[in-house]
Design a protein around this ligand. Structure first.
Ligand code: G3D
Ligand code: MG
Length: 233
């Protein structure tokens, strides 16, 4: 295929989201594909698919198919019976946890080993098939005040297991787009420049909350009082 044909053609990547129920997999997939966050989610039965097209440096078009795997259990639980079907042919497997949940983080060991078991080296035509990339995603970073998994623990686990690492908030959108863009770049063997990364950075909206002047004046001198307060929600 010539260079120009390769530019026009589109690569497809299968990216599978795994992790305990409630960590925010559906929210991440919906945020990435639809740019929205819906407060009320019902647990995902089976698997849902989200498709997003993106372009990487060098006019390389990519279609990212996100597999949002539902189910209540962890790698040893109800999901594991179907896990082999979900991870088959995956280009990347994303292990998601909630930064406020100790158990969701600890269960990632089981998710990871269940995946590795199903992905035991296969050969096709005598050629060893390349396994998927693995990534560790810390979700709900908007809940910093409730964080129980510190970033050094996150990085240690990633380093011990050779995982790419990201931190996101499906709620605010922070880091979500960039996370998928970086995974796609990794799969293509491309390095994203600072400018490329900035393009995919989400501006987190800080709501301006206007308090009534008299409430702010209570117990304070008016000289130090501002009428608008910036709050990140
Ligand atoms: P799952 O698909 O992994 O099971 P969901 O998880 O996407 O259904 O999310 C579970 C709950 O976490 C949902 O709340 C969702 O709104 C919330 N959530 C997901 N991502 C974030 C995030 O980044 N920040 C915060 N603060 N909450 C998040 P409910 O209330 O519907 O259970
Ligand atoms: Mg879900």
């Amino acid at each position: 295929m010539s260079d120009s044909e390769e530019e026009i053609s589109e690569k497809q990547f299968k990216i599978v989201l795994l992790g305990d129920s409630g960590v925010g997999k559906t929210s991440i997939a919906a945020r990435y594909a639809n740019g929205s966050f819906t407060k009320q989610f019902t647990p995902t039965p089976g698997v849902d698919f989200y498709l997003k097209r993106t372009t990487l440096p060098g006019q390389r078009n990519v279609a990212i198919k996100v597999w949002d795997v539902g189910g209540g259990g962890n790698g040893n639980g109800s999901v594991s019976r179907m896990l082999d079907k979900y991870v088959f042919g995956a280009n990347a497997i994303v292990l998601v946890y909630d930064v406020t949940s100790q158990s969701a983080f600890e269960n990632l060991e089981d998710w990871l080993s269940a995946c590795k078991k199903h992905l035991a080296p296969s050969t096709s035509g005598g050629v060893q098939a390349k396994g998927p990339a693995f990534a560790l995603v810390a979700n709900k970073i908007d809940l910093e005040h409730r964080r129980t998994i510190k970033s050094d623990r996150h990085h240690r686990f990633a380093q011990e297991n050779g995982l790419l690492t990201y931190a996101v908030s499906a709620k605010s959108g922070e880091g979500v787009d960039l996370c998928f863009q970086k995974i796609a770049a990794e799969l293509l063997g491309i390095r994203l420049s600072k400018a490329d990364q900035e393009q995919h950075q989400t501006v987190v909206r800080a709501d301006i909350v206007t308090y009534r002047q008299e409430r702010l004046n209570q117990g304070q001198s008016t000289a130090s009082v501002k009428t608008a307060v910036c709050a990140i929600q």
